[in-house]
Ligand binder design. Structure first.
Ligand code: F6P
Length: 369
């Protein structure tokens, strides 16, 4: 048995789920659900749980909210698992009622919290996580997160716990879905930051090298770069010749009369031993003589109130996850496909690969000059 002592931090959720005032108690034990599905009685002895895992993404709260309320509508008992798979093996379950997710829609982050759990990845941790699902009588688990979280969901499914995965990551790098929750907000956050950096680059006649997140993928960098009119976009999926595609290009821009430049680089980009925006910026300054500054946007891109797109997609995906469970479609990935929310078999979805549209890089080059 692994040590699963509860964390001693009393956070907001503790307050909601362990209320002390009688009025609060009354509210907690009342689902506050006005509408119920006509067949909801069939599910009254069934429980579903929801967790968020991996990096947080704006809109995760909206997805949790939708899943909780849809779950109650279909008659299920609904639990939240705090701190992702880490909380799962520790049995960190809390009952969620309709009001538990009030005022969460517009908030960034995830109120269930998230973690990257090493223990869950061990055979003992996985076994204990599956045992905890049985202890709490969980019939199906909704996993909201990125590709690593989906792999975690798959191992749980292999242990006999049915899962529904919902894509939530700012990276938009999950092959089977056109969209992941959080992507739009992160793109807007990065775009607004780069617009500001362009102002100062313009005043000082500098080159601004900006690193955006995306882990091994360049979707965020490519689309932010296009939207900010970056003179150069560097992503892991596209190999370049640094002298030709960066140095020469910037000098050509200068010779055409440009006096400031924006280079957007994905965090996963590597070239000629250059590992990050600081090294790229130094190389540019050294070889072009153009004064250059590096900015790493980092976790700034993961925070903030979700945009309308993220709220809307997250809400529809959260409901869809519960409908999968209610209709007996288990071990599925909820996805955006041809612009509509649908679902796909977990194994099939995980086996898919995604490739970037490198033509867009050329389009970006053409319009940035
Ligand atoms: O997957 C989301 C993401 O923000 C990536 O873009 C980034 O590489 C990674 O998570 C950072 O992870 P952490 O929050 O553990 O530093």
């Amino acid at each position: 048995m692994l040590d699963a002592r509860p964390n001693e931090n009393r956070d907001e959720l503790d307050r909601i789920t362990n209320p002390s005032a009688p009025s609060e108690r009354a509210a907690v034990f009342n689902d506050n659900v006005i509408d119920r599905s006509p067949d909801s009685e069939a599910n009254q002895d069934k429980s579903i749980a929801i967790l968020t895992s991996g990096g947080d993404a704006p809109g995760m709260n909206a997805a949790i909210r939708a899943a909780v309320r849809a779950g109650l509508y279909y008659g299920y008992k609904v639990f939240g698992v705090r701190r992702g798979f880490h909380g799962l093996w520790r049995g960190d379950f809390v009952a969620l009622k309709s009001h538990s997710v009030s005022e969460k829609l517009q908030r960034g982050g995830t109120f269930l919290m998230t973690a990257r759990s090493k223990t869950f990845r061990t055979p003992e941790g996985l076994q204990q996580a599956a045992d905890m699902c049985r202890v709490f009588g969980i019939d199906a688990m909704v996993v909201i997160g990125g590709d690593g979280s989906f792999q975690g969901g798959k191992t749980l499914a292999d242990k006999g716990i049915p899962v529904i995965c919902v894509p939530g990551t700012i990276d938009n790098d999950i092959a089977c879905t056109e969209y992941t929750i959080g992507y739009d907000t992160a793109m807007n956050t990065a775009m607004n930051a780069i617009d500001k950096l362009r102002d100062t680059a313009s005043s000082h006649e500098r080159c601004s090298v900006i690193e955006v997140m995306g882990r091994h993928a360049g979707y965020l960098a490519l689309n932010v770069g296009i939207s900010c009119g970056a003179e150069v976009i560097l992503i892991p999926e596209v190999e370049i010749d640094f002298d030709r595609d960066v140095i020469r290009r910037l000098l050509e821009c200068r010779n055409l009369g440009k006096s400031h430049y924006v280079v957007v680089v994905a965090e996963g980009f590597r070239c000629d031993g250059l590992e990050n925006a600081i090294e790229i910026s130094n190389r540019i300054e050294q070889l072009t003589g153009i004064e250059s500054r590096a900015t790493i946007l980092g976790h700034l891109q993961r925070g903030g109130s979700p945009t309308i797109r993220d709220r809307q997609v997250a809400s529809l995906m959260g409901v869809h996850a519960i409908e999968c469970i209610n209709e007996g479609r288990l071990n599925r990935i909820v996805r955006m496909h041809n612009g509509k929310v649908s679902d796909i078999d977990l194994d099939e979805g995980l086996a898919m690969t995604k490739s970037i549209d490198s033509d867009e890089i050329n389009d970006a080059r053409i319009i940035a000059l």
